[in-house]
Design a protein around this ligand. Sequence first.
Ligand code: FAD
Length: 420
Amino acid sequence: MSRHYDVVIAGAGIIGLSTALFLRERGLSVAVFDKGEVAYEQSGRNWGWMRTIGQDMAELELALASRPLWRQWAAEGDFGFRQCGLVSLAGDEAEWAGLKNWLKHAAGRGLDTRELESADTATLLPQFQRHWAGALFAPGDAGIEPDQAMRFLEKKVLDAGVVMVPGNAIRRIDISGDRACAVETETGRVTADKIVIAAGAWSRWLCKTVGIVIPQLRVTASVLRTTPVEGGPNVNVASTRYCLRPRRDGGYTVARRNSSLTCVTPDSVRFMRQYLPNYLKQKQLLRVRAGTSFFRELQLERRFGPEKSNPFEDFRACDPVPDIETLKETFEYLKEDSPVFRSSRIASSWAGTIDVMPDALPVLSPVARYQGLFLATGFSAHGFGIGPAAGRLMADIVMGEATAASAAPFRLERFHLNDD
Ligand SMILES: Cc1cc2nc3c(=O)[nH]c(=O)nc-3n(C[C@H](O)[C@H](O)[C@H](O)COP(=O)(O)OP(=O)(O)OC[C@H]3O[C@@H](n4cnc5c(N)ncnc54)[C@H](O)[C@@H]3O)c2cc1C
């Protein structure tokens, strides 16, 4: 390991790795540090959907641009990529109106999404007995095995010459004048011309080391894996009762969209104004719990600082406890609607901590206050599918080559929390 790189990246999830890859392809020396194992947090634990349906208009371009990149990577290595499509099912007329409204806005952007007649839905999903108010189908959406894809990507960046440093937390960013110039790691100081914070749910804490505020909160989401299912659906399915992806092991990854949990913390109080409008619109998607987490986090903040301890080494591997009751209920809904699942069992379950932003859009941005400091974070539960194109855009931003139009929706300045 050298003591200087053109670019140092904090975080070896899909965003850190794909950014590193595209920067390395431009000839820069790049090192990626992770406090734990590569892809142990969100990027290795997600549902494995690469979807366009339901994406915010600002992100559709990234979603569409990621499709050919995933296909190209899948031609280079086998990580269970399947362009199996995604069906989004509406349980009632209100949901159906929402889906149709999304399609109306997305029209003309090069999408393959179409409305399905109920006979088409029955043909595509003969395993389901339920009546749906309507359905959209995107044949170009895909399913990916996240852990295998991340092993593939890790090897690809290593082969490209990126230096990977797992198990080595970045404790803080060093500033000299108005420039970010180095990272303090567990094993010493490493200087860099440019530093990218791609630390997922920890980005808020890393930003605190240089006094930059990002209104990022954390949400916990639970997932289950079934035992193999004979004759199950071959497409990804989205509904409010359950979401699923066929796995290459013959089972399914299953979860519920509206089962995420967030705890009240000092940050949720601080950022209430930013989150309230979106929360009120989508209350049913999130459960809020008040409890000891508020005081735990307050204590953590007091212990945190350059000369004190930091949370990165204390919580090297973020592995929350899954909400097994909600998962069991979700699996029961699935068995109720689709008899093929009745003989399968829950083989395993897990949870992940999602980094969310008030407008559910990521921050892909330079930090105006400090030259050489960049953020790539806050993917709000959909950064895996769009990860390849998001990494490419981030590399453009770092190189100063991104067009204003492509980068504008993701600027940090949209929150006005760091205005001097
Ligand atoms: C249950 C679940 C289901 C999801 N389903 C989907 C889906 O189907 N499709 C989709 O597109 N998205 C999905 N997502 C979201 C997606 O997984 C994330 O948006 C994406 O993986 C974010 O990648 P990332 O690289 O930004 O963060 P992460 O993968 O979380 O990586 C951040 C890394 O930074 C490291 N780090 C943190 N602090 C430091 C530090 N100080 N020093 C060094 N390293 C540090 C961490 O250890 C971690 O490895 C899901 C997420 C979850 C949890």
